[in-house]
Design a protein around this ligand. Structure first.
Ligand code: FEO
Length: 161
């Protein structure tokens, strides 16, 4: 694998695992706020992020690229509200979309068709990730994060499998 692409993919394994860590931290916040449904949603989101990291890991194994596991930063834990965590989720996913776009550019420059095909999955996934975070954020703003409506949203998000 071309050097710059390999470096960015190794960083992306770390970035996806950091995403998992970030969402786990948000899950802790929701548990503390007695919102078990949103806490579960965030826990599943974290699991999905580990899956994303493993997709990069498996691809790199398959093509014989050199994997280097990098240090993962401590995630923030100072959230001020559920709206705040979804604002940060959306902001984070937009950042990840930028990382995926950068990987696509590197794969194009390296003429690495296999990487380009693999990355297409992530391009589509990021559209979904941003859409979901935005939808939940809009709902939270609509209900002003209040009483029975928040409990209903918690129940709804807790149905995630
Ligand atoms: Fe792996 Fe939420 O993007």
């Amino acid at each position: 694998m071309e050097k710059n692409l390999q470096k960015a993919m190794n960083e992306q394994i770390r970035n996806e695992l950091y995403s998992a860590y970030l969402y786990l931290s948000m899950s802790v916040y929701c548990e503390e706020k007695n919102l078990p449904g949103i806490a579960k949603w965030m826990r599943l989101q974290a699991k999905e992020e580990v899956g994303h990291a493993m997709k990069f890991f498996d691809f790199m194994v398959d093509v014989g690229a050199k994997i280097e596991l990098l240090e993962i930063d401590k995630p923030p834990s100072n959230f001020s509200s559920v709206t705040d965590i979804f604002e940060k989720t959306l902001e984070h996913e937009k950042k990840v979309t930028g990382m995926i776009n950068n990987l696509v550019s590197l794969a194009q420059k390296a003429n690495d068709n296999a990487a380009m095909v693999m990355l297409q999955w992530f391009v589509n996934e990021q559209v979904e990730e941003e859409k979901t975070a935005l939808q939940i954020l809009e709902t939270l703003k609509m209900i002003n994060e209040q009483g029975p409506d928040l409990v209903m949203l918690d129940t709804e998000l807790g149905k995630r499998e």
